[in-house]
Design a protein around this ligand. Structure first.
Ligand code: ADP
Length: 516
């Protein structure tokens, strides 16, 4: 039952109102002066106040002010009861915070209807305020949780980083001494011993790979995995990892073949990470190819799509179609037998897919039970105009909701040596996140596409300069040259994707024209 405070210096008015209101089921507290009204409300705040304006001593206007100045009373609705012709009082009362007014002589039904409206409004406001408070509290808790999660991720990363360092050091010692023995430096080695040494070495490689996969996963989670995409020859990438793959194939007696066309165009990718992907896929193919296994590593250019596809095909047992999706999830291994005969923790494909995505590519798999599997991935060709479109159309960008992309342009002086430009390119990649794109568009010029708001990209500009100065503190000679970075603008991807794309294409054409 709502409590109504009725304030009027004329006892008859109070009695009349009390009578009508109690009749409607309200509880009424009647008082005869402003001062009493404040005392009664302070003692027990009512749900609404019916307030006469013209009273000796403290006027209704003054009572309104007192209510609105007291946080405990401020939200209580006040309805002024005014005499005819007191327009200025009405204005002053509403100014002082009253919610409504009823002129005298009042009709009780009208007054009660207005009172009920005021009470409903107050109820709705209270509910809204409560909902807002709850929302603010949930947001605060969420903030706290994500902060805690970020701390945990960071702690997990530090732990994995330390452990992997501790594990990798003895692993490289084992590998080195196995190699010394294998080379005959510690005495003659018979063919059987040589074979065993090969197994030791390949197992060490497996373990090292696994440790690196784990480290990369935790780096990804903690947001520490940077990506350094540059124009690179696919041949070189394959060449770098070829020996390790060949050694592994030899220990498993797998027939390994490479099929790479001579005229492959350059890719725009992080070469070591592409190498990692290829090793992971090749090691799997070798592991799962089985007796008389054949594994082929191949590449082809798709000029229409502007991409290069790199693949690994084996003639092993294949994978059930229903499981092709889940094998890319972490810690997913298909079949108990696989687990018994191979070492692995189910991270290889997951990290391979993540690394491919970082390289703006796509992972593909085709497999048929009993016939074998083909795992392949695409890499963008090093063509800035197409790269830009690819970056703007990444599915991840759409997934991040109302994403904004900012564009910045970075330049070093024309007379800077190429080596300095290369180091600058690395520094830019280190400072930016993997969701940003560093495009080295001319010998001394970069375009930076940042998946960030305007203010965030200004912070990036500052960070680049800080990192350059920090790097230079550790370089007594051959300092990194000054770099001028300017923010061009920020575009909302939901509505302005094409505006940005056009601007980028225009900029690229003008840079190309200058350097033609
Ligand atoms: P791991 O090899 O450590 O188990 P991966 O993430 O590399 O983990 O692979 C996940 C699962 O996918 C493997 O357990 C295996 O069942 C399946 N798989 C991967 N590559 C092949 C392949 N070439 N042929 C058959 N199965 C494969």
């Amino acid at each position: 039952m709502a409590r109504i405070l009725v304030v009027d210096d004329l006892p008859d008015n109070v009695t009349l109102l009390t009578f009508d209101l109690e009749d409607r089921g309200y509880e009424v507290v009647g008082v005869y002066s402003g001062r009493e009204a404040i005392e009664a409300a302070t003692e027990q705040p009512p749900d609404a106040v019916l307030l006469d304006i013209m009273m000796p001593g403290m006027s209704g206007i003054e009572v309104c002010h007192r209510f609105k100045d007291d946080p405990r009373l401020a939200s209580i609705p006040i309805i002024l009861v005014t005499a005819k012709g007191q327009d200025q009082d009405i204005i002053d009362g509403l100014d002082a915070g009253a919610d409504d007014y009823v002129p005298k002589p009042f009709n009780s039904r009208v007054l009660i209807a207005r009172l009920e409206t005021a009470l409903r409004t107050k109820q709705a406001q209270d509910a809204l305020r409560q909902a807002n408070d709850q929302l603010a509290e949930s947001n605060r808790q969420l903030d706290e949780k994500s902060k805690r999660l970020a701390e945990l991720n960071e702690a997990a990363y530090q732990f994995v980083d330390n452990v992997s360092h501790e594990v990798r050091t003895p692993l490289s010692v084992i590998k080195e001494f196995a190699s010394i023995i294998d080379d005959g430096l510690a005495g003659e080695v018979n063919p059987e011993q040589k074979e065993y040494l090969g197994i030791i070495s390949a197992s060490v490689d497996d373990l090292a790979l696994m440790v690196r996969d784990m480290l990369d996963i935790s780096k990804l989670e903690a947001g520490h995995l940077t990506v350094h995409r540059t124009s690179c020859a696919v041949d070189d990438v394959v060449h770098h990892v070829r020996t390790a793959i060949e050694r592994k194939a030899a220990t498993r007696h797998i027939d390994l073949a490479f099929d790479l066309p001579d005229d492959l165009p350059a890719a725009y990718a992080d070469a070591p990470k592409v190498g990692r992907v290829l090793v992971n896929l090749a090691i799997n193919a070798i592991k799962y190819a089985g007796e008389n296994g054949q594994v082929k590593i191949w590449a082809r250019a798709d000029h229409e799509a502007g991409e290069i596809e790199l693949g690994v095909t084996d003639n092993g047992a294949g994978i059930d179609p229903g499981r092709l999706e889940i094998i890319f999830e972490r810690f997913q291994q298909v079949g108990v037998n696989a687990r018994a005969t191979t070492q692995g923790v189910g991270l290889g494909l997951n990290i391979a897919k993540e690394l491919v995505t970082l390289n703006l590519g796509q992972m593909r798999v085709q497999s048929e039970r009993g016939k074998g599997s083909t795992f392949s991935f695409t890499l963008p060709m090093a063509e800035p105009a197409r790269l830009v479109d690819r970056y703007l159309d990444r599915p991840e960008l759409a997934r991040h909701g109302l994403a904004e992309v900012s564009l910045a342009r970075a330049e070093i002086q024309e007379d800077c040596p190429h080596a300095a430009a290369r180091e600058m390119d690395e520094l830019l990649s280190d400072v930016l996140r993997s969701s940003d794109l560093v495009l080295w568009v001319a010998p001394r010029t970069w375009l930076l596409l940042l998946e960030r708001s305007g203010p965030e990209s200004q912070a990036v500009v500052k960070r680049i300069e800080e990192c350059r100065q920090e790097a230079n503190r550790n370089r007594p000679d051959g300092k990194l040259p000054p770099i001028a970075v300017s923010c061009v603008g920020t575009w909302d991807m939901a509505t302005q994707r094409n505006v940005l794309a056009n601007q980028l294409h225009e900029t690229l054409r003008s840079i190309e024209a200058v350097h033609a």
